[in-house]
Design a protein around this ligand. Sequence first.
Ligand SMILES: NC(=O)c1ccc[n+]([C@@H]2O[C@H](COP(=O)([O-])OP(=O)(O)OC[C@H]3O[C@@H](n4cnc5c(N)ncnc54)[C@H](OP(=O)(O)O)[C@@H]3O)[C@@H](O)[C@H]2O)c1
Length: 281
Amino acid sequence: MKISFVGAGKVGFTLGKYFKLNGLNIEGFFSNNPDSAIAASDFIGCSYFSSLDDLVKNSEIIFITTNDDSIIEVWKKLKDLNIEGKIICHCSGSLSSEIFYDINNSGAYQYSIHPMYPFKDKYNSYKNFKTAYFSMEGHPKYFDYLKGLLESLGNSVLSIPKERKGEYHLANVMVSNLVLSLINIGVETLSNCGVDSETALKAMAPLINSNIENILSQSFENAITGPVVRGDVNTLNKHIESMNGDYKELYKKLSLNLLKISKNKNPEKDYSLAQRFLETI
Ligand SMILES: NC(=O)c1ccc[n+]([C@@H]2O[C@H](COP(=O)([O-])OP(=O)(O)OC[C@H]3O[C@@H](n4cnc5c(N)ncnc54)[C@H](OP(=O)(O)O)[C@@H]3O)[C@@H](O)[C@H]2O)c1
């Protein structure tokens, strides 16, 4: 099937390039700014369209890869065109395919297909994309076809019910954006000790990297280190005394979760002191 993209940004460029390199039939791009569509067509080796109507006439699968807030705007235009039989997808992690309201009246089929990957630029993100999972939900008619298509590229596909997309996206944000925020807070805290923030990040890199590698290669229980799992309440108290009050609640919630993991790791160990301390900070 001929695939086209509306929205020549980071995800459009990356999926277009990746799909094309893996033998899929990429027809072309339409974007708000024609220069973006032209740049995508040069990079990927496909056409660009100067109107949405041309794109629709020349495509069977249409990926809307605009920013989330513009998906509805594109859909309002698409639904006034002849889209009978077309497969319409968006790539938002938080929105479901229900954003394509009234689609049943148009004879088209709706999907949300979310690549679980941080696309940080247009020209390089395709290189390591084979490791990425997709999540998918949408109309049964082409569900298995699209899932098979993505799996044929070597990517795995999770099926997520549309009513769970809020929770699903939260999970993604927890392990990516919020980890970034936590690392930033750690670096700022080290900077308070007189280390410039560039050096602080370098100094913390082995802590960050080994921690993530241990979680991924082993388990949360095997990767856990630090005062909570040791039950060192005096050390926890010292942290609280040195802490900017803004982060106390965050520290408490995350440490109580560490306590849960610690108890799984050491079911025979008495964590009651640590538990009481953390609950009362
Ligand atoms: N970035 C990520 O890590 C990531 C990961 C997974 C999923 N996603 C999802 O993928 C989608 C795209 O994200 P992105 O990061 O690629 O965004 P992006 O880099 O901001 O690109 C979106 C592009 O869409 C174009 N656009 C905006 N409104 C439009 C309209 N009405 N009609 C046609 N084109 C329009 C703009 O291009 P011009 O103005 O240049 O034409 C803009 O550059 C979003 O739904 C996002 O939630 C993103």
